[in-house]
Design a protein around this ligand. Structure first.
Ligand SMILES: Nc1ncnc2c1ncn2[C@@H]1O[C@H](COP(=O)(O)OP(=O)(O)O)[C@@H](O)[C@H]1O
Ligand SMILES: [Mg+2]
Length: 390
């Protein structure tokens, strides 16, 4: 997929702007605070239905305005077009997503239609930050190639929300006796068990499949012979040697039963994929070091960049027999975070990519990226308006 046209109305610092993009390389430059990232954010909202920066719609509404609109025209390999738009109205905090004029009521059906990979300075949090960032990152990745996963995840999250509010509420209101509560939680546990097992098995499969992509992109990006390792683990369950659905289901059931008392005491659900972790490590000559505690700045950066390039390969491979094809790639402000060598290495990949967007404060950076094989468009962004440079 590529995005061919973008039209913004009252989105952040844009009053009304239209962009006609190159199917290959789009270079967006301008001084800080002028609206480069905002363009990428708008694209991510059309692809993910949410901003990659996790901003809410109300944050994206231009100061003092009542409504914004983001319109995009996407094209797939066979050149068939899809016009989508997202309208947000401040009144009632209402948003509407339209696809070729028709209302999209289930975002589950929509996500994955325009696959997208984003690398931004914000992603450097992935190796250092909280567990939930890593879970969210991979949930979004797997969801873009698997509707089954996305549906299971949404259903599971709904149940956990209800289970949590029951547990939490009862610590305050004491509405139910201990035995009543136990019975009610038992019902939620029964409802979530199969979904939890499916989600966990999918994540285990994913980490297995993702390994080879990480290996090759890491060695290309860093030139190091260390091996990046991503381990999916649960604090309370030993996932090593799990043998299929029933095996994991029995184990999870047992732990859910064992932890029921603690869950009631703490007023929160403590067992299941919403609590599991992705641990990022580096295998140096056979020894595993956890990134969060031991990696150098440079290793963090190499890890995150290769992670994102692997996401591109992963989506590409999983969707190669569909018309959707390769994802769009957004590279936000990578020049400020990465040294010349890494940028050079990324640019070596550029011909393998699909449509790419790169923002930078320095016009000269285009020279590092440009090559004759790629159709390139440059956009100079000044204070919420854009000028296309031929
Ligand atoms: N809701 C909003 N309404 C109007 N302007 C906004 C809004 N949110 C952010 N901005 C403005 O957008 C600009 C930042 O844009 P951004 O795309 O992050 O810049 P860049 O990436 O070029 O550094 C800032 O000037 C900020 O004040
Ligand atoms: Mg920016």
């Amino acid at each position: 997929m590529i995005i061919d046209q973008l039209h913004l109305v009252n989105f952040k610092n844009y009053r009304e702007s239209s962009f006609s993009f190159s199917p290959d390389l789009n270079f967006i430059y301008g001084e800080n605070g002028n609206g480069k990232t905002n363009i990428l954010e708008a694209i991510s909202i059309l692809c993910y239905t949410k901003s990659f920066l996790m901003n809410s719609e109300s944050d994206c509404l231009k100061y003092g305005e009542e409504a914004f609109e983001i319109q995009g025209i996407f094209k797939n390999r066979v050149e068939s077009k899809n016009k989508v738009s997202l309208v947000y109205k401040k009144e009632n905090n209402e948003r509407q997503l339209l696809s070729d004029g028709e209302k999209v009521s289930k975002t589950n059906e929509y996500i994955g239609r325009f696959p997208l990979v984003v690398l931004s300075p914000y992603d450097l949090k992935l190796t250092m930050g909280l567990q939930q960032e890593r879970r969210r990152n991979f949930d979004l990745l797997i969801s873009q190639v698997s509707k089954v996963y996305l549906n299971d995840l949404r259903k599971y999250q709904k149940i956990i929300k209800q289970k949590n509010s029951l547990l939490k509420e009862n610590t305050i209101s004491k509405r139910y006796s201990y035995n009543e509560l136990k019975e009610l939680i038992g019902i939620w546990n029964y409802e979530l068990l199969d979904l939890a097992v499916k989600i966990m098995l999918r994540r285990l499969d994913f980490t297995e499949e993702f390994r080879s992509y990480m290996n090759s992109s890491f060695s290309r990006i860093s030139g190091l012979r260390y091996i990046p390792v991503i381990i999916y683990q649960s604090d309370l369950l030993d996932l090593n040697g799990i043998n299929g659905f029933d095996d994991l289901k029995n184990l999870l059931q047992k732990i859910l039963d064992e932890k029921l008392d603690t869950e009631i005491k703490r007023g929160a659900s403590l067992v299941g994929p919403h609590r599991d972790s992705y641990v990022f490590c580096m295998d140096k000559n056979g020894e595993n070091f956890e990134m969060r505690s031991f990696a150098s700045q440079g290793e963090h950066k190499s890890f995150v960049v290769s992670l994102k390039l692997s996401e591109f390969d992963y989506i590409n491979e999983n969707l190669k027999h569909t018309n959707t094809g390769k994802p769009i790639l957004l590279l936000d402000d990578v020049f400020s975070e990465l040294d010349k060598n890494r940028i050079k290495r990324i640019s070596e990949f550029i011909n393998e990519f699909n449509q790419v967007f790169i923002t930078s404060t320095d016009k000269e950076h285009l020279k590092i990226l440009k090559n004759d094989l790629r159709d390139t468009k440059s956009f100079h962004i000044m204070n919420g308006s854009s000028e296309m440079i031929a």
